[in-house]
Design a protein around this ligand. Structure first.
Ligand SMILES: [Fe+2]
Length: 183
């Protein structure tokens, strides 16, 4: 189930807002300029589904997102506990960073934790199957897939060339619960 916990960024990490319903998560996330939507993620996917299979299964949703939101391309990121380098993949985006492009993800399986640093608060949003999240360009954030990851997400890009992590150098991410504590 999707879950949003909001912490102040300058104190010990006590939750001061806790949201578990779609509407309250959507509205609270919007305060941090995060777009949060529910999309149909009921397409059956075989265990061995390839990136092309997944893009085909969700072609209609992708076309709508590209048309309505200006995304130009899409691909798939799929990580599980059997992905050989998943500990390294996890570390890659575990510290606070920004991008010069939006970070948009549509979770079609599993879950992952996005933490957004905005206005003196940390918005820790656990996204699950059916969630669409858009983190705008320039927003400080980090992403945690956890020690035993399991997710398939469609990534949507306005320009994938601009999607490089620019790390802020802050240690703020280490002060807040990781996926396994937050979940
Ligand atoms: Fe990111």
């Amino acid at each position: 189930m999707s879950h949003l916990r909001i912490y102040r960024d300058d104190t010990r990490p006590d939750v001061f807002e806790d949201h578990t319903t779609f509407e309250t998560i959507r509205d609270a996330a919007a305060e941090a300029n995060i777009r949060f939507e529910r999309w149909d993620a009921s397409q059956p996917l075989a265990e061995a589904a390839t990136q092309a299979d997944i893009l085909t299964a969700y072609a209609e949703a992708i076309t709508r997102l590209e048309r309505d939101c200006g995304f130009a391309t899409a691909d798939v990121v799929s990580v599980s506990a059997s992905t050989p380098n998943h500990p390294e993949l996890r570390k890659k985006f575990l510290n606070e960073h920004t991008h010069s492009e939006d970070e948009a993800r549509f979770f079609v399986e599993g879950s992952g934790l996005f933490c957004i640093h905005h206005g003196g608060a940390i918005y820790a949003l656990e996204c699950t199957k059916g969630d669409l999240i858009n983190v705008p360009a320039g927003t400080r954030h980090w992403f945690d897939m956890g020690p035993s990851p399991r997710f398939v997400a469609i990534r949507l890009f306005t320009d994938p060339k601009g999607w490089i992590a620019d790390f802020t150098g802050s240690d703020v991410a280490a002060r807040f619960p990781r996926f396994e504590k937050a979940a």
